[in-house]
Design a protein around this ligand. Sequence first.
Ligand code: PLP
Length: 372
Amino acid sequence: MPRPILATVHGAALRHNLERVRRAALDARVWAVVKANAYGHGIERVFDSLRAADGFALLDLAEAERVRALGWRGPVLLLEGVFEARDLELCSRLSLWHTVHCDEQIDMLAAHKTQVPQRVFLKMNSGMNRLGFTPERFRSAWTRLNALPQVEEISLMTHFSDADGARGIAHQLEVFERVTQDLPGERSIANSAATLRHAPQTRVDWVRPGIVLYGSAPDFPEGDAARWQLQPAMSLRTRLISVQTLQAGDTIGYGSSFTAEGPLHIGVAAVGYADGYPRHATTGTPVLVDGVRTRMVGRVSMDMVTVDLTPVQAAGVQAGFGSEVTLWGAASNGTLLPIDEVARAAGTVGYELMCAVAPRVPFALDGDEAAA
Ligand SMILES: *Cc1c(COP(=O)(O)O)cnc(C)c1O
C-alpha cells in the first residue's frame, strides 16, 4: 500500500470560486492567476475548471507554454514581463501579453524583431515599491512604448500593498488615477482582496484574482472563506498509522514539547514537514480526524505528526487501515477545515501552505469533472 497521504483538487470548488469573483467583478474581465503552478494545485489540474476565465496570468514562460499546450488560445499575461531579450521571441510565437515595469524591458522591445506587434501592460509603482515606473516616470515610459512599432496596444496596471488591510487602497488609487486619467488603454488594478473588498473602484477592465480562486480568504482573519463564500480547492488528507496511550507525565516526540496531564490517546498521522506541512504548526493547530475537529500535539516531524484523539475516541487503525486525517480542506464527511486557520496557527498565510505541498505528495482531481 502506498503511503496514505493525498492532496485532492476540487474542480467544482474552483468553478464556484471563479463564479464568486465574477459576481464581485461584474463586467470586468477576469485573469485567473495561475502562477506558482496554480498556487500549488497544478496548472493542468485546474485548467478545465478555470477555462471560463477571460485569461490566465502567471510569471513563468514554462508555465505559459503549459497553458498554450492545454489548447488555451485566449489571453495569457506574464505578470513580471520578460526576464531577457530572447523571451520576447516566445511572446511573439505564443502571443503572450507581458508586463513592462522597467526601462530595460522597453529597450528589449525596441530591439526585438517581429512582424506581430505585442500587447503590453505598463506597470506603475503607485506605492508598493516593488515593480513599476514611479508616477513621475510613468508617462515618459508610456510615450516611449507608444512610439515603438513592436507595440500594438498598451494597458495600464498597478498593484496594491494593503488591499487586505486597514490602510486600504485609496492612497495608491489616487496616484494611479491622477497620472493615468487622460491616457488611453485598458486598466487592471485589483488582486483578490481589492476585487472583494474595494469594489466598485477596482472593478476596471481586468481583475487579477489568485488566492480566492483556490478558496482562501485574502484578508483572514478579518474575512474568512465562509464570509466570502469561498470553497476550498484543495484538501490535504492522510491517515493514522499508529495510536499511543499516554499516562500523566508522558511526553510526545522530539524535544518532548508536549506533556500529557492525564491519560491521553494520541494518533500518529502520515504527514510531516517533508510533505509541506508547516513545522511551525505547534500544539493546538487544528486538524480533523474522521471529520471531527481536534488539535495537533507535540512537534511536527519530517514524516509524522501527532494528534489528540480525545474528541474522537473511536478513531484508530483497524486491520492496517487508519482513520482519515484532514490537514486542511474538506474531510470525506464534508466537515471543513479552512487552510487559513492552519496557516495562522503556523504563523503564515494560506498562500504559502498551498504553494509548499511537496513533490512527494500525490495529487488527484476529485470525481466531479464530468461537467468540465
Ligand atoms: C500574484 C498576483 C496577483 C494575485 O494576487 P492574489 O492576492 O492571490 O489575488 C495579482 N496581481 C499580481 C501582479 C500578482 O503578482
